[in-house]
Design a protein around this ligand. Structure first.
Ligand code: ZN
Length: 153
């Protein structure tokens, strides 16, 4: 606690006129709680809680501590409304009538290097689940992939 930002006033240590909260985990949690818990059903969000606290209190890592505290609030996790859009109704997939009209294409990458080929291109028929596996490299161009597809599927 060096420099002219620090003062002692009565029993309080101040930094830039804010009360320094000593490195006591329970005390810091209590300070956060007193700024966070307005009403049981109305907890403040992280930014507002931090802003209100930092008007009067300070410690190293206060913003991070408040963020974690708010994120982990058990009550909020149970009762707050979700803000993302709902997923909607489940839809039944179209029943396919003919093989090889609907495909899934994927790569298996980061394989151990075997004869300079370390990527597997997988083309799978969605109806029968029959699949073709083609070995290639990570540097394969779109044109070369198209050729692999044409020659093997
Ligand atoms: Zn909460």
């Amino acid at each position: 606690m060096k420099g002219d930002e620090w003062e002692i006033e009565r029993d309080l240590v101040l930094k830039k006129e804010k009360v320094y909260v000593s490195k006591d985990r329970n005390l810091r949690l209590e300070v956060i709680w007193s700024h966070y818990n307005v009403l049981v059903a109305e907890h403040r969000e992280r930014r507002k809680t931090t802003e209100l606290m930092m008007r009067n209190y300070w410690w190293s890592g206060v913003t991070r501590n408040v963020g974690r505290y708010v994120k982990k609030c058990n009550l909020c996790q149970r009762i707050k409304n979700r803000t993302e859009a709902s997923v909607g109704k489940l839809m039944v997939n179209e029943v396919l009538k003919k093989a090889w009209t609907h495909l899934t294409v994927d790569f298996i990458t980061k394989l151990l290097l075997v004869v300079e080929k370390y990527v597997i291109l997988i083309v799978c028929n969605q109806l029968s689940k029959m699949a073709h596996f083609m070995i290639t490299t990570g540097e394969t161009s779109a044109k070369e992939l198209a050729r692999l597809f044409r020659d093997n599927v």
